[in-house]
Design a binder for this molecule. Structure first.
Ligand code: ASP
Length: 433
């Protein structure tokens, strides 16, 4: 059976087990005995992602015979990422203004929803919201150029530390690769050989992890849902019902991106794959994104399918995708726009046209700055809300439903990266067959 089917079965079984255990009041059993394997899976993928990014970029850059190509590739990649991100935010704004999910509930229903949510969050949730707020505070930089300052590591080993700084690692790897192309060939050759060898080992390790992916995904899904529903599935359902219009708006936007925008980009600029063919080829990465809610953890798989199934060259894959995983988050930016306007509607906050333009700007930056890990988009949303003078504590309202929406927006993020890789490959004259 093909891998993506196996993963899908693992995913569905995980959900079923979590539902049943939640109704039987046995969520703790799942949380203690099944969920840890899901955590192991995420750790394995993240463990691989860092050396993978480092060595594949060094390999990719050192393979470029001509450095001007690097500049061209860089400009095209960033250009594509920014255009699609701005498009996604604008689509989000359009939908949320047309559908108006925040105005669909009566005043009484709003009160009930808020009460349910605070009851739901009473045990651990409140602390979680507070910790997101303090994360967001740390993200705030001073000067507008802070982004560029943060790009340069002051200690490359620090970048590998507990709080992995992917962009700093990418910066170091590109710089190292450039250095490697500029030293005499006989000195570079052994380094390139070692980097090549390490790359092959890493790819093999990914292969081995993926063999067990269906089992791990089962554990991951069962754990996530068990933690969400605990032993009070009814409460969760009532909250989800209250937030249904909001979720629907986000899902419509994300659906348009995945099913409409990216296939259209494929059709216009790539013209190599049929509609379903593209999805079939990248589905392992999409499923992985859905189950892990992390573009970074999915990166090893995304690179695998883009290189092996879509036939994008090694050079392009190892340049475009690691940057994409951290910088290009169309799903996240669309989601932030929908959230910000939904919260404004819900709490009766007046958002002017100018404020909505500010949202386009800050959501674009926030999605670029968001680390590619679960619920990073929610943390960055705090900064978006603050930029237009809204109360950041309002994120508590969407907290209970963030995870499932995170799963979908991460799928969009990863599909966007894969699409970018094909567009850029074709523009570089690659045939992809
Ligand atoms: N989980 C997303 C990602 O890794 C980021 C987000 O929270 O939107 O791509």
């Amino acid at each position: 059976m093909k891998l993506h089917w196996q993963i899908l079965i693992g995913l569905v079984l995980g959900l079923i087990v979590a539902f049943i255990s939640s109704f039987l009041g046995l969520s703790n059993l799942v949380i203690n005995w099944i969920s840890p394997f899901g955590d192991i899976f995420i750790r394995l993928l993240k463990m691989i992602a860092v050396p993978l990014v480092l060595f594949s970029i060094i390999k990719g850059v050192s393979g470029l015979t001509d450095i001007t190509r690097l500049g061209r590739l860089g400009l095209k990649t960033l250009g594509f990422y920014i255009v699609t991100t701005v498009f996604a935010v604008s689509l989000g704004l359009l939908l949320v203004n047309v559908i108006q999910p925040g105005n669909k509930l009566s005043a009484e229903k709003k009160v009930v929803l808020q009460e349910n949510i605070s009851q739901f969050q009473a045990d651990s949730g409140d602390k979680k919201v507070a910790s997101k707020m303090s994360d967001a505070k740390k993200m705030k930089g001073g000067s507008p150029l802070q982004f560029f300052v943060d790009l340069v590591p002051d200690n490359i080993f620090g970048a590998f530390g507990n709080n992995v700084k992917m962009l700093q690692i990418i910066f170091f790897a590109i710089f190292f690769g450039i250095g490697l192309t500029l030293i005499p060939k006989d000195q570079a050759a052994p380094v390139i050989k070692v980097v090549d060898g390490i790359n092959s080992v890493i790819l093999k390790m990914i292969d081995l992890i993926m063999k067990a992916a269906p089992f791990f995904v089962f554990c991951l899904m069962a754990g996530i849902l068990a933690k969400m529903a605990k032993d009070k599935p009814e409460l969760l359902f009532s909250i989800l019902a209250g937030l249904a219009w909001f979720a629907l708006t986000a899902v419509i936007g994300l659906g348009i991106m995945i099913l409409g925008v990216y296939p259209l980009v494929q059709k216009l600029f790539v013209r190599k794959f049929g509609y379903t063919e593209f999805f079939k080829k990248i589905s392992p990465a999409q499923l992985m994104a859905f189950s892990t809610s992390s573009s970074a953890a999915t990166l090893p798989v995304t690179m695998d399918v883009v290189r092996d199934n879509l036939n994008v060259s090694e050079d392009t894959t190892s340049f475009v995708l690691p940057i994409g995983a951290t910088v290009n988050m169309d799903g996240t930016s669309l989601y932030q726009a929908v959230c910000a306007v939904f919260l404004a509607q819900f709490f009766g906050f007046d958002l002017s046209f100018g404020a909505q333009l500010t949202i386009v700007f800050t959501a674009t930056l926030a999605s670029i700055g968001a680390p590619a890990v679960p619920s990073a988009g929610l943390v960055m949303l705090i900064l978006v809300l603050e930029s237009v003078g809204m109360n950041p504590a309002w994120i508590a309202l969407i907290f209970p439903i963030d995870r499932p929406l995170d799963m979908i927006r991460t799928m969009v993020n990863v599909t966007g990266d894969a699409t970018a890789a094909t567009v850029i490959a074709v523009s570089e004259g690659e045939s992809l067959v």
